[in-house]
Each structure stands twice: as C-alpha cells, then as structure tokens.
Design a protein around this ligand. Structure first.
Ligand SMILES: *Cc1c(COP(=O)(O)O)cnc(C)c1O
Length: 402
C-alpha cells in the first residue's frame, strides 16, 4: 500500500465508447420529430427500425431481419416462431447467460443441458448422446463469450437427428466459421445490442432467418399488430394472412431512436471487431506466457470477436483462485469467476436456474467452470492498457498461484 512502484490499472471495465456524433445528431432529429414508435411513419416512409432490419439482413446475408427489445426476447420470439410448444425439450450448452434459460422457460419448454469442453464450447459428444432422444427436436446454442464450436460437426449432428437450431450470437455478432457468419447456420440467429455487446443501443435485439413463415410469426409476436406491412424485411403479405389470428402479440418492439443509433454502428462493425481482436491477441499472447494461466486454443476456421477474454487457472484450488481475483481487483483488474457457487453480477451458473426444478449435475462443466475466469475488453482500453493488465496479472499470478 502506498508503494508507488506497484502498478495499478485505473480504467473502468464497463466503460464503452461514446455514441458517435452523427448518430447522436440523428437521434436528436428523431426526438425532435416525436416519431419514436416504429410504426409512426408517413405513407411510403420506412422508419429507422425498418431500415436497420434491411441493413442488418444485408450484413448477415440473411433474407429477413426483425429488430426487437432484447436478445432475450429475440430468442423467445425465435422459439415461439419455429413452433416450440410448452413441455418441449430444448438442448442448450450449460455455460451461458441467464437470459438464455430464461427464454426457454418463457416459452414453457424444458431445458436439456449439454456439457462443455475445456475450450468452453459445447461438448459435441454429449450433444450427440442427448440429441439421440427422439423427444428432443430443438437446440438453442449459445456461442457463449464468443467461442464457436466446430460448426461443421455441429450441423452434421443437427441434420442427423433432425434438430432445429437457434443460435444465440450475443457475443458472435461479426464472427465467422470457415467464412460463414455466425447466426447463419441455424434456422434463426439472435443478437443483442445491449451496452456490453458489439453494438450499443442500451437495450435491443435482432433476429435473422431465411424462413418466410418464421419471420412472419416473429414479426407478429414482436408486437406488429396488423401493421406488419410496414416491415420491409419481410415476405409477401399472404404469408401473414395464414398466421395473423393465431399469433399472440408479445409486445417487444424496437423503436426508431435506438434503431437510428444502431444503423450508424453497423457501418463500423467490422472495423470495431478488428480493434477488439488487436486487443484480444495482445492479451492472449501475454496471458499464455504467465505460468498458471491458460487461454484456450482457438480453431483455425473460427474468426472470433475478442470483446472479452477467458482463461483457466488449471490445477488451482478455490483458495488460490480467490486470492488471485482479490489481488487483481486490488490492483484495478476486474475479473469474473465462473466457479463461484453463488451467482454474482452478470455471471450465473446453471445450478442457480432452480425454476427448472432439479437439473442434473454436469461434472465436466463444473470442473471447467471451477477454474475459469473472464475479463471484459471494452474498446476504451488502448493496447498499452492491455499491456499493463498483462504485467499486473503476471505479478498477481506469481504471488498467488501455486
Ligand atoms: C447478453 C447476452 C444475452 C442476452 O442479451 P440481452 O439483449 O441482454 O437480452 C444472451 N446470451 C448471451 C450469451 C449474452 O451474453
């Protein structure tokens, strides 16, 4: 304490970059117009939400896009729109964030948890075992913290067992597998525009699909009333005719204000992803040189977006990990730990989803999460900031890890 030679990190791990001036100007224009509701448009006028949907569909190479209130709602709308019925079983990797099981519960379905592997992706062997149950036909994969599994193998398993795949791409917006965009493998891709994801509108969600029936139901479910004609990323009006009276309104729309901010960010998304990756690569290389810290190997075919970084403290016991985290925090480096038995902050373990009743224990997942740490990498961190974090964690690891 008080020793000036002790390196400290002082930046905020939750500080994102500001909204650009041009986006602020456009947002102010919309506020001045008073026309914030997405269907508050004149004849022939598209509105910002509709334009965002056209542009995001084009970016994703998808036929259709729907913007909505959050990624959690996008997943819920996706599940309802593909035809999930109450009581259905849905496969899902056990390492994910609370809105994912929340969407499954909201749809009245049951979750079937699948183990993860040491590189934090779904265990495809366990998946195949659980997919063999003839009662299981849905699969919601969460590309948690941006780690993509072998999508070729995954699609083979889906095809073989007739699984309908929904992708949670909250951390893979802008990522690809073998050149193909994450979110374009499944029937539906779901994305978040909440502040800590790759585009920031405070809250918000996007959903993409090539299926005309699914998008028609999703649009009506999202709360279009009978105004769905005002969507421009949609199939012919006849498709809606069939389902318009059979599809409840779950009121979870995007508004023009948030859409306008996102339209500007979308133009820059690929550049931002590259900036995240510069930081990620520096951190990954530095962390991997610290004895006791291991970042997972990332597959050749994966182009990730390093908006956060995870590593394992292999072989360390709980006491050492707690000391490591506490000392890092004291020196300004805020890490999360997935091994905590109580849910803390944004992090939650499947053992705290007790609303599903007693979920079976997943031994491999427990073992892997017990030593896994996680760090946000906001773009307000410069490369020198990342270098300082590496130095601090090197010293903290020397002091605390055995
Ligand atoms: C943030 C997040 C979500 C939910 O996004 P919201 O827009 O906040 O609902 C879903 N899955 C993962 C993996 C996330 O990190």
């Amino acid at each position: 304490m008080g020793d000036v030679s002790v390196k400290r990190f002082t930046k905020d791990f939750t500080q994102q970059e500001p909204i650009s001036e041009e986006a602020i100007e456009r947002a102010v224009e919309i506020m001045r117009s008073g026309k914030l509701h997405r269907y508050n448009v004149g004849p022939g006028e598209k509105g910002e939400a509709a334009l965002l949907e056209e542009e995001f569909a084009a970016y994703m190479g998808a036929k259709y896009c729907l913007s909505c209130a959050s990624c959690g709602m996008a997943m819920f709308l996706a599940l309802k729109s593909v035809g999930v019925e109450p009581g259905d079983k849905i496969l899902c990797n056990a390492y994910t964030l609370a809105p994912v099981p929340g969407a499954i519960h909201n749809a009245g379905a049951e979750i079937v948890l699948v183990e993860i592997t040491d590189d934090y992706t779904i265990d495809l062997v366990d998946l195949e075992k659980k997919a063999a149950d003839p009662d299981v036909k849905w699969f919601l994969i969460s590309h948690m913290r941006g780690h993509l599994t072998d999508m070729d193998r995954l699609m083979e398993i889906c095809d073989k067992h007739g699984l309908t795949l929904i992708e949670d791409c909250a951390h893979t917006m802008g990522a690809t597998w073998d050149g193909k965009k994450s979110g374009s493998f499944g029937k539906v891709g779901c994305y978040s525009t909440q502040t800590y994801k790759h585009m920031n509108s405070g809250e918000g969600g996007l959903l993409t699909t090539d299926d005309p029936d699914v998008i028609a139901r999703a649009i009506i479910h999202s709360g279009s009333y009978m105004l769905y004609e005002r969507h421009t990323s949609r199939p012919e009006m006849e498709v809606f005719e069939k389902v318009k009276k059979l599809t409840p309104n779950y009121s979870s729309r995007m508004d023009n204000l948030r859409a306008s901010m996102l339209r500007f960010q979308l133009r820059n998304l690929d550049t931002q992803c590259e900036r995240w990756n510069e930081r990620y690569r520096l951190l990954e290389e530095g962390f991997n040189m610290i004895p006791g810290i291991t970042c997972p190997k990332r597959p050749e075919k994966e182009t990730y977006v390093g908006s956060s970084i995870q590593f394992s403290l292999l072989g360390q016991d709980e006491a050492s990990i707690r000391k490591f985290l506490a000392l890092a925090l004291e020196r300004g480096v805020e890490l999360k730990w997935f091994g905590d038995s109580e849910p803390v902050g944004f992090t939650s373990a499947y053992s705290s989803w007790q609303y599903f009743g007693n979920l079976p224990e997943l031994k491999e997942t427990n073992r892997i999460l017990a030593v896994m740490c996680d760090m946000r990498v906001p773009l307000t961190f410069e490369l020198d900031d990342c270098r300082l974090i590496v130095e601090i964690l090197r010293e903290v690891a020397e002091e605390t890890l055995s």
